[in-house]
Write a protein that binds this ligand. Structure first.
Ligand code: ZN
Length: 447
């Protein structure tokens, strides 16, 4: 039996009923947390000295289009309108399965590097099953835990309106039969659908019904330009296909009454604050969700525009909500808001327990508890940017990727002493550069 004992660290468990942080040891057995306590016996385990380290649950990136990693930075100055045109109408169609695989592998490895242990890969560039299988191969090679959200394939025939094409049940069946066959798999399958904002109501209802029938997490974007149909959401609500397996990304344009009803149905929400502010989705709905008694999960969205660090996403979400609160209070009272409505611990919960909840993985990951899977991050609090540490959670919110010392997924080290445990990265690096450069070269940006 493989055992690891992590000793001497300051543990932020994010588990209900435990202190915000505590000096306890963690015993890992066969990929699960077997014991938490002071001065645990090693029982023949590999002993890891975590003194000077903060130990926290692996972070959960609940929304990213990992296939865009090879295009890093190309969308850095695009609004949503430009992004939709250049990325989806032009660049996406140039991707071969190899481009998808290498970008997904590199993007997933970078997530591990940044402290993410679970990635929701919202893969909507899968025109063929070969592209789909390539993305899954990239995820598997990285060693990350992932929910592969299979996007509705874009038809090659331009005379076909994408918004009228239902998600193919046959492809979901093929994936369940050939790719997602083990309960112990690091990967689970979900669906990334157009939803009522981007497809006809009939397609949205059909896709949500398919996800419900298959017992899959199903995610959709909400916001952007005008909706495909004015009554899309009304008809979806009336169809009885919404529940906790449904995830809405952004949601910035949802009216208060609709948001309330969706929250009551158990629908989860993922916000991507930096992208929402940058490309024009609007202000994140973090505070609106909190007012309804729930919380968002967080995502990066696109590394073609911004960096992939989930700690940055947490800080962005926190600061943005505080800015909104101050502005509202100033208009009402002439003073800033106090006390602050969202805390550093809230922000940490958005990238851990709330991510697990959105992806249907709450019984497995998101917090450090006996019986849960061992997805952990060790943050080195000894460099100058983090000392002195008086409050472990506040310290984590000041950490950067340079402080992510070690990352464990399912009991296995995927990053150790500041370096990815992967092997040679140079081949991957040059391959990713070549792939991205070739895709970019096939699009004429002067038109
Ligand atoms: Zn997105």
């Amino acid at each position: 039996m493989k055992k690891t004992l992590i000793k001497g660290g300051q543990v932020i468990s994010m588990a209900a009923g435990r202190p915000d942080s505590e000096h306890v040891d963690l015993l890992i057995e066969n990929g699960r947390i077997a014991a938490i306590g002071a001065d645990l016996e090693d029982q023949g385990a590999e002993v890891v000295d975590a003194s000077g380290k903060i130990v926290m649950p692996g972070m959960i990136n609940a929304h990213m289009h990992t296939w865009q990693t090879g295009l890093r930075g190309v969308a850095a100055n695009w609004s949503l309108i430009e992004y939709v045109h250049w990325m989806h109408s032009e660049l996406a169609s140039k991707f071969t399965p190899h481009d998808i695989e290498i970008a997904t592998l590199a993007g997933a490895l970078n997530q591990i590097n940044c402290g993410t242990t679970t990635l929701a890969d919202w893969c909507h560039n899968n025109p063929t099953p070969d592209h789909t299988d390539a993305a899954i191969r990239g995820l598997r090679k990285s060693g990350i835990r992932a929910v592969y959200l299979h996007g509705t394939p874009h038809p090659h025939d331009e005379s076909i309106d994408h918004s009228e094409v239902p998600h193919p049940a046959s492809e979901i069946d093929r994936l369940l039969r050939t790719q997602f066959i083990s309960d112990d798999d690091l990967l689970t399958l979900g669906m990334a659908i157009l939803g009522p904002h981007y497809s006809t109501p009939e397609v949205a209802i059909s896709d949500l019904q398919l996800a419900k029938d298959k017992g899959l997490i199903v995610s959709m974007h909400q916001s952007g330009g005008p909706a495909r149909s004015v009554d899309g959401w009304d008809r979806v609500e009336a169809a009885g296909v919404l529940g906790p397996n449904v995830n809405v990304v952004h949601g910035t344009d949802l009216a208060d009454d609709r948001l309330h009803r969706l929250v009551d149905l158990g629908v989860s929400f993922t916000v991507t604050p930096e992208i929402e502010m940058t490309v024009g989705h609007g202000y994140s709905i973090t505070g609106r969700l909190q007012n309804l008694g729930t919380s968002p999960s967080l995502g990066i969205d696109i590394e073609s525009c911004i960096s992939g660090e989930m700690l940055v996403a947490a800080r962005m979400a926190l600061a943005q909500q505080r800015a909104l609160d101050h502005e509202q209070a100033r208009q009402e009272t002439g003073l800033m808001a106090f006390p602050l409505s969202v805390t550093c611990k809230d922000a940490l919960s958005w990238v851990t327990v709330q991510g697990a909840k959105a992806l249907g993985l709450s019984d497995k990951v998101g917090s450090i508890e006996v019986g849960k899977l061992a997805d952990l991050v060790l943050i080195d609090a000894s460099p100058i940017n983090l000392w002195p540490s008086h409050d472990a959670i506040a310290t984590v919110l000041q950490a950067s990727v340079a402080n992510i010392d070690s990352v464990m997924v399912n009991g296995d080290w995927r990053k150790r002493h500041g370096k990815l445990v992967f092997g040679e990265l140079d081949v991957l690096k040059s391959g990713l550069f070549e792939s991205g450069a070739r895709v970019i070269s096939e699009v004429s940006f002067d038109v």
